[in-house]
Design a protein around this ligand. Structure first.
Ligand code: HSE
Length: 406
């Protein structure tokens, strides 16, 4: 019998307890051990919950109980969660988490402690919700030199963009639905402004390229600037607007990583990743391209990945699985604004200014041809330019939107 403790009984933590109970038989079979939730650590009152008898407010009870061998951290954030994770690892317990903020910011340090203590720190649920992606990168694809990874990494924003496309519904109303369905972070700004996706692309880049990428150091843009006009003009170009996290190796061996809305072709597989679903594309030199698709957020999909990690931790008690990356040197991550790409522009400046900056461009829209457009509005696509070159060319123009074209 293996005893576990769940830290944090919110959406994911309670999902973990439910899945553990519902699938107890198959979980025991797959782990070759019975697994029991011995403690739930939370400051909330769980009276009325079937798990109320396991509640403790005191983490040291878990820390000092030698019977607890695996700790599930679903508190979120990088303060209390960091302290408890560190203490659990130092006490010789494996830790499983869905906490992308903690893995993205402190993963290197926590993995080093896990290594020293010969225990595991597993975080499959931190990226892509229920989609297997961490294990494929660290196990199934290790024969490859990986050179690119990108995808739709945030369910809340994908749900919002999808419903803007299909229903033309107002942003605030769609966000409320996403919160009600348990997709959004406690503070949805992290979803809307791209920070959640940034943490996830950094974890993927850490694993794919072997050196740490700090979410604070990369260029991050969310979806709050996306309008219904942008969605219409993207459609005219045969594209959909999607928020992507992307990291890839540059010809000189450095990498770039960033999060931004992109126009992606309707013929690409990713463009059909709609609603709360996530899709992640990996490119390796032996494999070529491979895409992972599934539920990227939500209670049970995320619990599915957490519980699978618990089973893996139980099966690898005292046998550490190698997962890790090195600290990176300054300059390892090139700012995405210095890398060339094609751009979609929506502007209130006239044809003369557009022509002076870009020469002949193919117009996607001009004043009067779309009822919802702002006054004097043009939209067009540019040739390949860095973000800085684009800013210099458009410094005297009134730019309403500028998004990358993949
Ligand atoms: N808020 C996140 C999302 C949850 O919407 O994708 C899963 O990480």
């Amino acid at each position: 019998m293996v005893n576990i403790a769940i830290l944090g009984f919110g959406t994911v933590g309670s999902g973990v307890a439910e899945v553990m109970e519902e699938n107890a038989q198959s979980i025991s079979h797959n782990a070759a051990e019975d697994i029991r939730v011995k403690y739930i650590v939370d400051i909330r009152d769980l009276s009325g919950s079937p798990f109320a008898d396991k509640l403790t407010r005191d983490f040291s009870v878990v820390e000092n109980d030698p019977e607890v061998q695996v700790v599930v951290e679903t508190i979120g954030g990088a303060t209390v969660a960091y302290e408890y994770t560190k203490r659990a690892l130092l006490a010789g317990k494996s830790v499983v988490t869905s906490n992308k903020e903690l893995v993205a910011t402190r993963g290197h340090e926590l993995l080093e402690i896990a290594k020293r203590k010969n225990v595991n720190y597993l975080f499959e649920a931190s990226v892509g919700g229920g989609i297997p992606i961490i294990r494929p990168i660290t196990q199934c694809l290790t024969a490859n030199e990986l050179d690119e990874i990108y995808g739709i990494l945030n369910g809340t924003t994908n749900y919002i963009l999808t419903r803007m496309i299909t229903d033309g519904a107002p942003f605030a109303e769609i966000l409320k639905d996403a919160q009600r369905l348990g997709y959004a972070e406690a503070d949805p700004t992290a979803d809307i402004e791209g920070l959640d996706a940034a943490r996830k692309i950094c974890i993927l880049a850490d694993l794919c390229f072997g050196k740490s990428v700090d979410p604070e150091s990369i260029s991050v843009e969310g979806i709050s600037g996306v309008t219904l006009e942008d969605i219409e003009y993207a459609r005219r170009l045969g594209c959909k607007l999607k928020l992507l996290g992307r990291a890839y190796r540059l010809p000189d061996g450095h990498i770039t990583a960033y999060v931004a809305p992109h126009l992606i072709s309707k013929t690409s597989l990713l463009s059909n990743v709609d609603g709360v679903m996530n899709g992640i594309v990996v490119h390796g030199n032996a494999l070529g391209e491979c895409m992972f698709y599934g539920a990227g957020a939500g209670k049970r999909p995320t619990a599915s990945a957490v519980v699978a990690d618990v089973i893996d931790a139980v099966k690898h008690m005292k046998a550490r699985k190698y997962i890790g990356w090195e600290e990176s040197e300054p300059g390892w991550v090139v700012n995405a604004e210095d890398v060339k790409t094609r751009w979609y522009i929506r502007t209130g400046s006239g044809l003369e200014k557009i022509g002076r900056a870009f020469g002949d461009v193919r117009l996607i829209s001009y004043p009067g041809d779309y009822p919802g457009a702002g006054p004097g509005e043009y939209a067009f696509a540019t040739p390949e330019l860095t973000g800085r070159e684009l800013s210099a060319k458009t410094s005297t123009m009134e730019i309403r939107s500028r998004f990358r074209i993949l």
